[in-house]
Design a protein around this ligand. Structure first.
Ligand SMILES: Nc1ncnc2c1ncn2[C@@H]1O[C@H](COP(=O)(O)OP(=O)(O)O)[C@@H](O)[C@H]1O
Ligand SMILES: [Mg+2]
Length: 266
């Protein structure tokens, strides 16, 4: 997936100021940036939740334009939203097939609109097992699950339907250490299946643990695309805040001595 020159204005506020974006097949790309840098706006533009004022988005080499998230989903782009968007009173299979219910074969399904609950349960069980999400029962309501298990359901649903890209907005923000570890493991398994993952995160250790590349967003633009192996966490934070600039060919350039000193870079 690729975007060039995306612009989004809210009145006088420029949320996206000509941002570029590149996601390669089979990679985990972390999108990081300070509050207000335009991370959410970028993700919303890529997943159909907002329409950019300018710029273009390409998927597998073709220009695309999503009027709404449903249209992005039809193109194989699934998003796990930050606020654990699962239906609490439904069970796991109900959540997995929310909006995509499978009807019974024959007239029971086509005329009486009866759901094929057995098939939905079997397929849900398979998806959960694929991601090694252990659950005692697929018929327990999602509200009885822990935060990590709920996040697991949201991730499993996205992965089950995604054909091109999975986007996750702060998937570990509400989770404890053990549950965060499980979600990171899941992200690895998704990547290992060849699906690229876009991960928005504030958690630098998580980013360094899992990302193949990092997109650094600042003031509505991409200011750097780097590999975590090439930079320290302190340097990445400095790029995020503008104390360091990454110049093609020259590497990192200190632009703010005082800020760089404050985090021990010079
Ligand atoms: N719906 C909106 N209306 C007005 N301003 C917005 C809206 N959404 C985002 N903004 C502004 O756009 C800028 C970028 O916001 P956002 O994309 O949420 O950044 P981030 O997710 O990196 O914190 C901020 O200045 C924010 O206040
Ligand atoms: Mg945000």
């Amino acid at each position: 997936m690729r975007a060039r020159g995306l612009v989004k204005r809210y009145g006088h506020v420029v949320a996206l100021d000509g941002v570029d974006f590149d996601l390669m097949p089979g990679e985990v790309l972390a999108v990081i940036g300070d509050n207000g840098a335009g991370k959410s706006s970028l993700i919303k533009a890529l997943t159909g939740a907002l329409q950019p004022d300018q710029g273009e988005i390409m998927l597998a080499g073709r220009p695309v334009r999503f009027r709404d998230p449903l249209e992005a989903r039809r193109h194989g782009i699934e998003t796990v939203y930050q606020d654990l968007a699962v239906a609490a009173s439904m069970d796991i299979a109900g959540n997995m097939f929310l909006g995509r219910e499978v009807r019974r074969p024959g007239p029971l399904g086509t005329i009486f609109r009866m759901l094929d609950k057995k098939r939905m349960r079997e397929e849900s069980a398979r998806h959960m097992a694929d991601l090694k999400i252990g659950l005692r029962s697929l018929t327990q309501p999602v509200e009885s699950l822990s935060g990590g298990q709920r996040q697991g359901v949201a991730v499993a649903r996205a992965v089950a339907w995604a054909r091109q890209v999975v986007v996750m907005d702060e998937p570990t923000a509400a989770l404890g250490v053990k549950e965060s570890g499980q979600v990171l493991d899941m992200i690895r398994r998704v990547r290992d299946r060849g699906l690229p993952v876009v991960l928005i995160s504030h958690n630098m250790p998580h980013v360094f643990e899992i990302a193949d590349r990092i997109h650094v967003q600042r003031l509505g633009r991409r200011v750097a695309q780097i590999r975590p192996d090439d930079y320290s966490m302190a340097e990445v934070v400095a790029i995020m805040t503008g104390a360091l600039r990454v110049d093609a060919g020259r590497g990192a350039v200190v632009t703010d001595e005082e800020a760089a000193r404050a985090i021990g870079l010079s």
